[in-house]
Ligand binder design. Structure first.
Ligand code: XMP
Length: 517
């Protein structure tokens, strides 16, 4: 897939946490979109011929010494630009407006009054509309050539525009679900202002990717890191379609998988399974447990598991003979969350941040690197991968290693596997799984006093998590029926040795993340 093949909107990343959401929303309009750092040169941008540019939010103030700033030239190319939050302030700053610390910060759902009835981006938007605000600075004065098109009681310039120059700015975040008519505004920018056609489709991605892979790989041997999750499964099937038996899939059973998962993966991809590929299962749980012994820091655990993965592949590659390419199922949110541009690194994702500098292969191939999760599923359906596999809930690369808070031991893995299996079984049985983005059990490292029979216990607490999310960037804790939680709790404390307490995680993302580490 390349930007040049399709009409293309460029998201310029100034370091905000919602940046990939913007790209996702644009792609939902069937327009191809990619995120690039704000340091990209004007020349490079011109070469890509974007139909529009979106400036993201960011953590800085425009008047700080080291703030993220692009050249004002970018606003003079005749390419439509939409500035969001920090991006809107930057636009004002670069064009002679005034940005200042707001007397009152706005955070959360805010009623915004739309003044620009004829504004192209507010076409069809209600006069009073709820938008998501998150700022301490604001545009105190719009640049002279701009018209103010929206405001709130404390934010005089909630939106502004210069229609002739095709420059638009909004202080709020249209990409976030809480901005009720945000999608309409983005749609308006993409189609009314940038004049896109919306012709980017998944079948073209699948076809183009298979072609590109064939070209790139030629007669080379390919090794695929298959976990049995949606991402690596789609990547493996794409590759097997592209190069057939040149592909060997190695499935590392690192002992941090869900209960029985290893056998399930083997049943699907192994010699008796659905696909025509070389499949090797490597059972290396002792090796991983040994490396993780005594380690409690989440980032260190992630790095160790990621690195050990690569080492296992190297060992397998040596056994297979010369291997040219290593495939990984990295997807776009992993890439962005691992620290594109100036965003703070929240977690170094497995397959990206966990990759050591030295890798003993010619090249790494990541065919899904630019896709969001729902797009990976769409690609999977396009490839006719069975639905139960395509719609499977995500499971992180470091597996149960990051669902066990603190040190990982074989005993703890068993506890969390058993508790999680009960939880999944009961949720499925109750028929409440379909609205959940992800649900799982985690093992806290909290032990507490309980009573069982007539005896005192001092055992672990299991935390149950269930979230609703459309994009895994933000999530709400799901309100599971109490009856279901009661059954799960009773079964866990009765059936899982070492657990005497079950807790339910009511936190959303933000401020928590979906996984515990
Ligand atoms: P967080 O915990 O960051 O998780 O809210 C967001 C989504 O990403 C998954 N996740 C990972 N996936 N490698 C992956 O492939 C990783 O290292 C990783 N860490 C978290 C998580 O399960 C959730 O779906």
């Amino acid at each position: 897939m390349s930007a040049k093949q399709n009409e293309f909107v460029l998201v310029m990343d100034f370091g905000g946490q919602y940046n990939q959401l913007i790209a996702r929303r644009v792609r939902e309009c069937n327009v191809y979109c990619e995120v690039f750092p704000y340091t990209m040169s004007i020349e490079e941008i011109k070469k890509m011929q974007p139909k529009g540019i979106i400036f993201t939010g960011g953590p800085n103030s425009v008047y700080e010494k080291d703030s993220a700033v692009c050249s004002a030239e970018l606003l003079k190319l005749g390419i439509p630009v939409l500035g969001i939050c920090y991006g809107s302030q930057l636009m004002a700053h670069l064009l002679g407006g005034k940005v200042a610390t707001a007397p009152v910060s706005e955070y959360g759902k805010t009623e915004v009054s739309i003044k620009g009835e004829s504004s192209k981006i507010f076409a069809g938007v209600s006069k009073e509309t709820i938008c998501w605000m998150s700022h301490t600075d604001y545009i105190a004065e719009a640049p002279a050539s701009f018209k103010v098109t929206a405001s709130t009681p404390v934010c005089p310039v909630a939106a502004m525009e210069n229609e002739t120059e095709k420059l638009y700015a909004v202080q709020f975040h249209p990409e976030v679900m809480h901005t009720v008519e945000g999608m309409k505004m983005l749609h308006n920018f993409i189609f009314n202002v940038c004049e896109c056609n919306g012709d980017w489709k998944m079948d073209s991605f699948v076809e183009a990717t298979i072609q590109n892979l064939r070209q790139k790989i030629g007669g080379g041997k390919v090794l695929c890191a298959l976990s049995g999750g949606v991402d690596s499964s789609v990547a493996a099937v794409l590759l097997s379609k592209a190069v057939g038996k040149q592909l060997t899939c190695v499935f590392v059973d690192h002992g941090l998988l869900r209960k029985n998962e290893g056998d399930e993966v083997e049943a699907i991809f192994g010699p008796d399974g659905h696909y025509d590929l070389n499949f090797i299962r490597v059972n290396v749980k002792e090796r991983f447990y040994a490396k993780l012994k005594g380690v409690t820091d989440p980032e260190t655990k992630r790095k160790i598991i990621g690195e050990e993965f690569i080492r296992v592949f190297e060992d397998e590659a040596k056994k297979i003979g010369k291997v040219d390419f290593l495939v990984q199922g990295t997807i776009y949110p992993d890439v962005i969350e691992s620290g594109l541009g100036k965003s703070a690194v929240i977690k170094s994702h497995h397959n990206v941040g966990g990759l050591p500098d030295y890798v003993d292969f010619k090249e790494i191939v990541e065919p899904l690197r630019l896709l969001f999760k729902d797009e990976v599923r769409k690609a999977g359906r396009e490839l006719q991968i069975p639905e139960y596999l395509v719609s499977r809930q995500p499971f992180p690369g470091p597996g149960l290693g990051i669902r066990i808070i603190g040190e990982v031991t074989e005993e703890k893995v068993q506890i969390v596997q058993d508790a999680d299996a009960i939880y999944r079984e009961e949720v499925a049985k109750a028929g409440v799984a379909k609205d959940l983005g992800q649900y799982f059990a985690a093992l806290t490292n909290m032990r507490s006093v309980g009573v069982m029979g007539d005896g005192r216990t001092y055992d672990y607490a299991i935390a149950l998590r269930a979230v609703m999310t459309s994009d895994f960037m933000t999530a709400e804790s799901a309100q599971l029926p109490w009856e279901v939680l009661a059954i799960v709790t009773s079964r866990i404390v009765n059936e899982v040795k070492g657990v005497n307490r079950v807790l339910y995680d009511c936190t959303g993302k933000p401020p928590a993340t979906i996984e515990f580490e």
